[in-house]
Design a protein around this ligand. Structure first.
Ligand code: NI
Length: 292
């Protein structure tokens, strides 16, 4: 479908959608979607719920034998400071993808997910909330110890577009400090809650922290809890090379969906890397057009 917001690359510029909204309608949309991380998430080029790729007789994913393993790779993660301000996906050579989990750490779901990732040799990227890090520091330490990347998802998970520059910086700084206290690492990237960050704010965040803003190319709308098989099929059908998958380890259904999701993507030849590794693989610069 043709879309006036669609770039020749097939990418949607979410920020331009914002400019089309009046402030009043924007606030209405914002209020209606505060429970999610997905305010600007659905791209027209992402198919909605996919048909199941393979039918299990029981309707449930029943893996047989050991899970497939992600191809180990010693990929550098030091991307250039000039790599870009915003990423929804990355142009790479090869079937590399990054899967991201937002809004943790969660005391039960995150450890369960870490077990699934370890069994498949997959390194993921976790956009954690500082308040949740403070409540679950041991889980963050385990996440780091097992080789996953930690990204900044702010201390309080507020919509940053409504905050002053100093409040935005403070909320990110507090989360960065919480991560440092708990696990001794510093995030390299950030994801704004609800995907909401003005272009001007993205520049500020890059300047202040060195964080590119990481959005996503695949959104299963898992926060609506459509059931594990729907979450799995949405991710599987929408994922392509260079993609960044959005998911939430806050929700048990999302974690329940991961064995089928991860195994199917691995069997299709996708190779999982962290967000920083994916950006470091970028083969062509895709500068964002400032629209806000
Ligand atoms: Ni979030």
């Amino acid at each position: 479908m043709q879309n006036s917001h669609q770039k020749p690359t097939g990418k949607i510029d979410e920020t331009s959608i914002l400019t089309k909204l009046t402030r009043r309608s924007f606030l209405a949309v914002t209020t209606a979607t505060m429970a999610s991380c997905n305010l600007f998430s659905r791209s027209k080029d992402q198919p909605l719920p996919a048909k199941p790729q393979s039918k299990q007789p029981s309707g449930r994913y029943a893996p047989q034998g050991p899970p497939p393993k992600n191809q180990a790779g010693n990929h550098p993660s030091n991307f250039s400071e000039n790599a870009g301000v915003t990423f929804t996906r990355v142009s790479v050579l090869g079937n590399y993808i990054a899967i991201t989990f937002d809004d943790g750490p969660h005391p039960r779901n995150t450890p369960r997910l870490l077990d699934m990732l370890a069994a498949r040799n997959i390194k993921a990227t976790f956009y954690v909330i500082g308040n949740s890090v403070d409540a679950n520091p041991g889980i963050l330490r385990r996440t780091v110890a097992e080789g996953h990347e930690i990204g900044n998802h702010t201390q309080t998970h507020r919509l940053l577009t409504k905050l002053s520059d100093s409040e935005v910086i403070k909320d990110l700084r507090q989360c960065e400090e919480a991560i440092g206290r708990a696990a001794g690492v510093r995030p390299r990237t950030m994801r704004p809650p609800y995907g909401g960050l003005l272009q001007r704010q993205r520049q500020l965040v890059l300047q202040e922290f060195g964080y590119p803003t990481i959005l996503w190319s695949v959104d299963p709308l898992d926060w609506k809890r459509p059931g594990p098989s729907v979450v799995a099929n949405r991710i599987i059908s929408a994922t392509s090379a260079g993609g960044i998958v959005l998911a939430h380890d806050l929700h048990s259904q999302t974690v329940d969906a991961m064995p089928q999701t991860l195994d199917t993507l691995l069997r299709r030849g996708f190779k999982f890397v962290t967000v920083s590794q994916l950006i470091a693989m970028q083969v062509e610069s895709t500068p964002e057009t400032p629209t806000l």
